[in-house]
Design a protein around this ligand. Structure first.
Ligand SMILES: [Zn+2]
Length: 188
């Protein structure tokens, strides 16, 4: 996926005058004479090149004193790099669930501020990072309880839980049964 920094000013300008909607969410443009900013795809009258300024995010345009266009509502666009970051974070949690994951580790691996990521993650997945991680871990535990003959305590540690009590708490919250009951339910 393209980052706004990888798109040249010339390419941005072409996207604006041709109203190309595949650039929506990648950058925004403001028109100095009207004080309004738009998505690249906006059908508003094309601006003059020297009156046009480009922004990476709606917040940057607003900060620079531009108002969002009422036709194309650039302030409601989902910013693609944000989605990419959430996807990356999910993949990271999906594959590293068995590690001890704290905010320091996430910052080191993903190179973002934890508050920024936490907000985006909740906004786009509906889960907090902690909730999501618990869900991934419990899903893995269910798989192991169903397939292996490992002890419950071993499964708890294998799936990244730091204590048996936390494992029980999360398991029960998500499945409404205990790991023991679940294992018994296998019928062997
Ligand atoms: Zn517009």
């Amino acid at each position: 996926m393209k980052d706004s920094k990888e798109i040249s000013e010339n390419e941005k300008w072409q996207a604006v005058i041709s109203c190309i909607d595949s650039y929506d969410g990648l950058f925004f443009y403001g028109v100095k004479t009207t004080g309004i900013f738009c998505r690249p795809s906006c059908r508003a009258k094309p601006p003059i090149r020297e009156n046009t300024v480009f922004f990476d995010r709606p917040a940057a345009a607003i900060k620079a004193g531009f108002r969002p266009c009422k036709k194309c509502r650039p302030d409601q666009v989902v910013f693609q790099p944000d989605l990419d970051l959430v996807k990356k974070a999910k993949e990271f949690l999906d594959t590293n669930y068995n590690q001890s994951i704290d905010s320091k580790y996430i910052i080191k691996e993903l190179g973002v501020s934890i508050n920024h990521l936490a907000r985006l993650f909740k906004q786009h997945t509906g889960f907090t990072i902690t909730e999501y991680l618990a869900k991934v871990r419990v899903d893995k535990a269910i798989e192991l309880l169903g397939l292996s003959d490992e002890k419950i305590i071993d499964i708890a540690y294998m799936t990244g839980f730091k204590s048996l009590s936390n494992f029980y708490k999360c398991f029960k919250a998500l499945t409404r049964c205990t790991p023991n009951a679940y294992k018994k339910g296998r019928g062997d």
